[in-house]
Design a protein around this ligand. Structure first.
Ligand code: SAM
Length: 280
């Protein structure tokens, strides 16, 4: 893709790539990757293999979370100079739990056209197949790795009425489900979309208690890449949590936090972990 002439900036194309099945690379994505002057890639080896699968090579520039701030301006300078470039990540749509935000912001601030070439994303693929309400949802990305921060984050989300979508890795799927169960309650409907578009694709649905039991019982269900989708709090859950937090705040003035939370949970019917650390 050549520049229109001196002084005409090139375009930055944000290109989605497959999340597993290589046949999901769209014809337009392929054409864009073939014709840009260079491709900014999260992992150049990974992207080189993708291009090799389709039988071509392009110059690659490494752009990952550790160097993005530093090289974004250099990439923008190339764009201003007339080069057209693509940004890809290792899988799915760049900027969705992947690098690229700083580059896109810098390019737009410099007046460079940024054009998406949409395609796969694990978030949307999961949401489309799990059968939970999808008209309004909140994408939470990865939960914090540290257990205390993860639990706090889940407690904050306990009363959220929109469907919640989380990314999770095989190292933490068991712990994450246990923490979700504690924060949202055993009965909250949820689903786990694993290895989407790949050989061992599985979509499990059920209550959080059922899902945790299935994942605990079957080692294979802890392998691969996961999207966890949790139905939002119903009006009933929301009201119970609000009442539980009110009771907890009152009891916490006179009792140790763990006793206050236990009693508030019993009185309100809300999950104990949804109350802890709230209002006191
Ligand atoms: N940008 C990507 C997207 O648009 O989906 C996501 C990148 S993020 C670093 C990687 C996470 O996405 C994985 O840990 C997993 O939670 C989810 N993911 C990616 N591919 C997946 C797949 N084939 N099946 C299920 N989840 C997947």
């Amino acid at each position: 893709m050549t520049a229109d002439g001196p002084g005409t900036p090139g375009t930055l194309f944000i290109v989605a790539t497959p999340i597993g099945n290589l046949a999901d690379l769209s014809p337009r994505a392929l054409e864009t990757l073939r014709t840009v002057d260079a491709i900014c890639a999260e992992d150049t080896r990974h992207t080189r293999q993708l291009l090799a699968h389709f039988g071509f090579e392009r110059p690659l520039l490494a752009l990952h979370e550790h160097n993005e701030g530093e090289i974004a301006e250099r990439i923008v300078a190339r764009l201003l100079n007339g080069d057209s470039l693509a940004l890809v990540s290792d899988a799915g749509t760049p900027l969705v739990s992947d690098p690229g935000f700083r580059l896109v912001r810098a390019a737009r601030a410099a007046g460079v056209k940024v054009s998406p070439v949409p395609g796969p994303s694990a978030l949307i693929a999961a949401l489309s197949a799990v059968g939970l309400p999808s008209d309004r949802f909140a994408f939470e990305g990865f939960l914090p790795a540290k257990a205390s921060a993860r639990r706090e984050q889940l407690q904050r989300l306990a009363g959220e009425p929109r469907t919640l979508v989380f990314y999770e890795s095989s190292h933490r799927i068991g712990e994450a489900l246990a923490d979700m169960r504690a924060a949202f309650g055993d009965e909250r409907p949820a689903a786990i979309a694993r290895e989407l578009t790949k050989l061992f694709e599985t979509v499990l649905d059920g209550t959080l208690a059922q899902l945790q039991a299935r994942v605990e019982a079957d080692e294979n269900q802890r392998k691969g890449e996961f999207v966890v989708v949790v139905q939002g709090a119903g009006e009933d859950d929301g009201a119970k949590i609000a009442e539980g937090r009110r009771v907890y705040a009152l009891l916490n003035e006179h009792l140790p936090p763990s006793t206050a939370a236990k009693l508030a949970a019993e009185i309100s019917g809300a999950p104990r972990k949804a109350l802890y650390g709230q209002g006191g």
